[in-house]
Design a binder for this molecule. Structure first.
Ligand SMILES: Nc1ncnc2c1ncn2[C@@H]1O[C@H](COP(=O)(O)OP(=O)(O)OP(=O)(O)O)[C@@H](O)[C@H]1O
Ligand SMILES: [Mg+2]
Length: 401
């Protein structure tokens, strides 16, 4: 059984799944609105720990199971990434799991700043004695192994604040912390898109997460501190209404591309309940179009500035709550001038998750399969070291031979 908790800016979601490695089935799901997170970072520990408690209690009540271990999936402005390399001398002519581990360790220890903590290392490819492009080096002969990796890390404080809310204040145990874009990619991208090259955008409430996949692995990732909340705030200030009203009309009537024929007028209650305010639907669309264009252009500029355009021939896939906005695909195509798709959770989704096929749940749904794959990788890695290999490694590390 696995329990995943997604800490988002607008909501805390959790899911309990059985048989996650073989035939996953959702036992319970919960999603609770929250206001203790801003641009992915916890700003109110008391509130977040209460919301986590509510969410986990809901899972326990629905499933009748007691939950102790959880995987935490999150995003945030404080998440950064970098490409790195690390090398190792191949000790016994043939590459072993231990050599791979040494090269990966070296790539991460060299590059992660002191106040940061590593969240994930993904090998992009290996190079043995100058021969690049090796995907699976174990068992190959050579003298020197080099690993090219992509490292994702976050601030130490961010991780400690999450631990405080989950472990200290809720008496739960965190098994793993993962960047939630890894889950989103797992549920919305096809293997072809990841192999050929694609840019995945998750535009949530507080953060826009951008990740580029090529050759099956992550090549680039970046988190921006503006998303759906930025659109809502722009509506509120431009149309002189409250943020709550702006959020409501954005979701109900919002459209990302201006429909020139639309002359509709929306009537909403005034702030003190008296006079109704009239808002033209056109004006609303205009504001949405402008603010969303800024977000998407920012992403497109980031891709270009980092020389990543050639890495993504299949274009963009958009997920996260803002992908629900009417007309967003057309706007995305107009701004990026390339293929721009909407990504719903569709790949390897568990049984009994039909009601969760919404872009805002892509990360939590994909995280189930992602965790199962990571567990399998770890198992295969341990197996590949074999019992004798592991004994030898132990002997060497104990006695330094
Ligand atoms: N139908 C809709 N039209 C427009 N926007 C929508 C719609 N439904 C949801 N949203 C927006 O999606 C955002 C929430 O998305 P999501 O649930 O993916 O964010 P989150 O995971 O809570 O936050 P983050 O990942 O940014 O920390 C909100 O800004 C909300 O207004
Ligand atoms: Mg999110």
């Amino acid at each position: 059984m696995i329990c995943i908790l997604d800490l988002g800016t607008s909501k805390i979601s959790s899911i309990l799944v059985k048989d996650e490695d073989t035939n996953p089935e959702v036992l319970a799901f919960s999603s609770i609105e929250t206001s203790g997170i801003k641009t992915g970072a916890i700003i109110n520990i008391g509130l977040i720990s209460e919301d986590i408690s509510k969410s986990i209690n809901e899972l326990e009540n629905k499933s009748g199971e007691k939950i102790k271990d959880i995987v935490v999936s999150f995003s945030g402005e404080q998440i950064s990434s970098i490409g790195s390399t690390g090398s190792a001398i191949i000790r016994q002519k043939e590459v072993t799991a231990r050599d791979v581990q040494s090269a990966l360790n070296m790539s991460s220890t060299l590059k992660v700043p002191n106040d940061k903590t590593l969240l994930f290392v993904t090998p992009n490819e290996y190079n043995i004695d100058g021969q690049p492009g090796i995907a699976e080096p174990i068992g190959m002969n050579g003298v020197r192994l080099e690993a090219r990796t992509h490292l994702i890390y976050c601030s130490q404080n961010m991780k400690e604040n999450i631990s405080k809310c989950v472990e200290e204040l809720n008496d739960l145990r965190i098994q793993k912390f993962y960047f939630n874009q890894l889950g989103a990619a797992q549920s919305v991208l096809t293997q072809d898109q990841r192999d050929l090259g694609v840019c995945l955008l998750d535009i949530g409430a507080g953060t826009t997460d951008l990740t580029i996949y090529k050759g099956g692995s992550i090549r680039f990732s970046k988190v921006f501190p503006y998303a759906g909340d930025f659109i809502t705030e722009t509506i509120a200030t431009s149309l002189k209404i409250t943020s709550i009203q702006a959020e409501e009309i954005k979701k109900k009537y919002g459209c990302a591309t201006l429909d020139s024929d639309s002359e509709d007028t929306l009537r909403i209650k005034g702030t003190n309940g008296n006079k109704e305010i009239e808002i033209s639907r056109k004006a609303l669309s205009e504001v949405i179009e402008k603010s969303l264009t800024r977000i998407i252009s920012h992403c497109a500029n980031c891709v270009e500035d980092n020389g990543m355009l050639n890495y993504m021939p299949t274009g963009y896939v958009l997920t996260g709550g803002t992908a629900n906005l009417e007309g967003v695909q057309k706007l995305g195509e107009d701004v990026t001038k390339t293929n721009f798709e909407i990504g719903l959770p569709k790949v390897d989704i568990p049984h009994k998750s039909e009601h969760l096929k919404k872009p805002q749940f892509s990360p939590i749904i994909g995280m189930i399969k992602f965790c199962a794959l990571e567990k399998k990788k770890q198992f295969t890695f341990n197996q590949s070291r074999g019992i004798i290999g592991r004994m030898l490694e132990w002997f060497r590390s104990e006695f330094g031979t």
